[in-house]
Design a protein around this ligand. Structure first.
Ligand code: MG
Length: 386
């Protein structure tokens, strides 16, 4: 029996990797639904290859094009963001892979959980922005979230078989990104193209920049807080340039469990699909003798302030992580289009955190409003300074 999967955001970096996993394990996984927002051409190609029952194109301007291409193949085509949420009601879907980036992943995630579909979650922002609501919805519907992010997949695996043993500490490892060790002066000069050359992981543009600023690790700390119910003081970040240890868990007796492996997103995606089983793959096995050593160092939070800002937002709670996330998304876009420099990214975020409306107990509507308000304010202040 093949497990039927819905891949949300199938044309992005997680989506295309997920289809690689499916292609390698055709006997285990089938594609039931594919959704994309703008990339109609790739979506059509993917649908022709994987023959899902349903395809959704988020941007309805592309509807006719997708419909004309897929209707002869007997593939149903829908359009619009709402359709992405509604399609998750389909009985035939057994698991959802959420590869949509940014805040727009939140509504589909909630819909998947309400429809009791096990979710392989690659979208960080939904937990960062509305972690409390997401964990509550998962619990109410007794539906597990299997993390796809390599660090959280590692922690998830370290916790397998631990029952109710309390976590003493979580250590998130970070490769440190392409600018590790650079001074403030050097960082002033860096260009988006330098940041996009990540030393270890191949990922989408947004997360690659977040990884260069260390915001990625900050968002992951917030994610870990909600996924594993650990207080911020029990989450630590350590730079580990080889990215072989994907994260660690300390227990009460001083035992530390770590998960190691070749750094390729193929692995955590495959595990999220096959869990609790493990499947083989074609990646070269980890060769410790060739590696010889694993290095560790403390993160530089003076020059990479985003990490400290993320912990501040996590401690503060309420809608502060939502403010942090929205300001960061705009700041990263502004850096990518060379409207601001690398060192201005934390400045933009910090200013937003100081000036946006703080809400201690936000509702879903509050999150949506906070997200909108923050983006608008940041855009306005960027325009003013240009
Ligand atoms: Mg990660």
């Amino acid at each position: 029996m093949r497990k039927q999967i819905a891949i949300l955001g199938s044309t992005g970096s997680i989506g295309t990797k997920t289809l690689d996993v499916v292609r390698n394990h055709n006997e285990h996984f089938g594609v039931e639904v594919l959704t994309a927002f703008n990339n109609a051409d790739l979506l059509i190609n993917q649908a022709v290859e994987h023959k899902p029952n349903v395809v959704v194109i988020g941007n309805d301007e592309h509807y006719t094009k997708v419909f004309d291409a897929l209707d002869p193949l007997d593939i149903k085509v829908y359009a619009g963001s709402k359709a992405i949420e509604q399609v998750l009601e389909m009985e035939s879907i057994e698991q959802v892979v959420l590869g949509i980036g940014g805040f727009s992943g939140l509504a589909p995630l909630l819909s998947a959980l309400r429809n009791k579909k096990r979710v392989a979650l690659a979208n960080k922002e939904s937990l960062v922005v509305a972690g409390e609501l997401v964990s509550k919805t998962a619990l109410e519907n007794s539906t597990p979230i299997i993390p796809v992010d390599s660090e959280h997949s590692a922690i998830f695996q370290c916790l397998m078989g631990e029952g109710n043993n309390p976590i003493d500490k979580i250590v998130l490892t970070a490769s440190g990104g392409p600018f590790r060790g650079m001074s403030e002066k050097m960082l002033e000069q860096v260009k988006p193209s330098d940041a996009l050359k990540h030393p270890v992981w191949k990922m989408g543009n947004k997360v690659t920049i977040d990884s260069a600023t260390l915001m990625n690790k900050g968002l992951e700390a917030i994610e870990a807080h909600w996924l594993f119910n650990v207080s911020p003081s029990k989450i630590e970040v350590i730079i580990h340039p080889q990215a072989i240890i994907h994260s660690m868990v300390y227990f009460a007796d001083g035992i530390v469990k770590a998960q190691l492996g070749t750094p390729d997103m193929f692995v955590p995606i495959q595990f999220a699909l096959s869990y609790p089983d493990r499947l083989p793959n074609k990646l070269p096995p980890l060769d410790l003798l060739q590696l010889k050593q694993l290095d560790f160092e403390a993160p530089d939070i003076k020059n990479f302030r985003n990490l400290a800002l993320a912990f501040e937002a996590l401690e503060k709670g309420g809608n502060m992580p939502c403010i942090l996330n929205a300001a960061n998304e705009i700041a990263v876009q502004a850096f990518l289009t060379e409207r601001i420099g690398f060192n201005q990214i934390p400045e933009v975020i910090e200013k937003s955190m100081q000036t946006s409306t703080f809400i201690q107990k936000p509702t879903l509507e509050d999150y949506i409003e906070t997200d909108r308000e923050t983006r608008e304010k940041v855009e306005k202040s960027l325009k003013k300074s240009e």
